[in-house]
Write a new protein. Structure first.
Length: 122
């Protein structure tokens, strides 16, 4: 999976979001060991300190945990992952709704646009 980082937002924030997306989508499986910080940073083409900061934030959120001598792992707490997934989706739905509402679209228009987009993706 490619790291698609944009220059219009802080890299640290984008790393947290992308790592979280990978956890809640199942790209990283519960209990899976993550690559070392330097390798993840190299893969994402970012400074290792920035990646370290993003991983520390995910540890704070309990999505990742560190084992002193062996590295970092994805949480095995399925309930936490499901809750995080719902929060993540809710945030994106709210953002979509606010943007579309500001453009003058109603619920039916939004559903129609989503349906059209879904058809295009098939």
């Amino acid at each position: 999976m490619e790291w698609e980082l944009q220059s219009d937002r802080p890299i640290y924030t984008q790393l947290v979001e992308e790592l979280k997306r990978r956890i809640i989508s199942g790209y990283y499986r519960p209990g899976e060991k993550l690559l070392p910080v330097r390798e993840l940073a190299q893969e994402a083409k970012v400074n290792p300190n920035t990646m370290q900061k993003a991983l520390a934030e995910l540890e704070r959120q309990n999505l990742v945990f560190a084992v002193r001598t062996t590295g970092r792992y994805i949480t095995e707490d399925a309930e936490l992952i499901a809750e995080t997934k719902k929060e993540f989706a809710s945030f994106h739905v709210q953002t979509y709704y606010r943007e579309m509402h500001a453009l003058g679209y109603g619920k039916e228009n939004m559903i129609e646009l989503l349906s059209e987009y879904e058809e295009e993706c098939r």
